[in-house]
Design a protein around this ligand. Sequence first.
Ligand code: SF4
Length: 164
Amino acid sequence: MVEDLILKAEAVRHACGGICCNGACPPLSEERIRIILSYGDFHERIEKVGYHRIKGGKDGLCSMLSEGKCAIHAFKPETCIAGPFTFDLTDHSLRIFLKQEKICPLIAVLKANRAMYDLQFGRAVESIAHLVARLLDDELAIISALPEPDTDQVAELPLPEKAL
Ligand code: SF4
């Protein structure tokens, strides 16, 4: 059952060709960088701009996107696993947002299927908490200040405990 829902969500993602990968520049923890580099020489596609992230390409698409597919799909960054949910932080909470339907075809599917929504929401919170626990406060402040247009807040949760 759970596997079926995950496969259905992944099928929608594959079919869309990576619309949300446009301008994504997902943030990376040191842990995630080690994992990505253990699978190949992706050094040129990682940059530091106050925090580490995947570089954008000249066309604005994520540099890991190739012919509509993610080159690091099996070990992609936490915010990519979390999509179409995203986040920011306040002093005392982790706020979870859902992108609007015009951005991602998966959102209509999630809204029409409560079990799928709950499953992806749970995966998103787990992935985001994993990332947040592994980033420095300075890095999180920069990331939280980035604009996230066309999103709606869907939850406010306690801050994850640091793993650093
Ligand atoms: S890492 Fe992969 S899933 Fe994430 S934005 Fe880039 S291409 Fe898309």
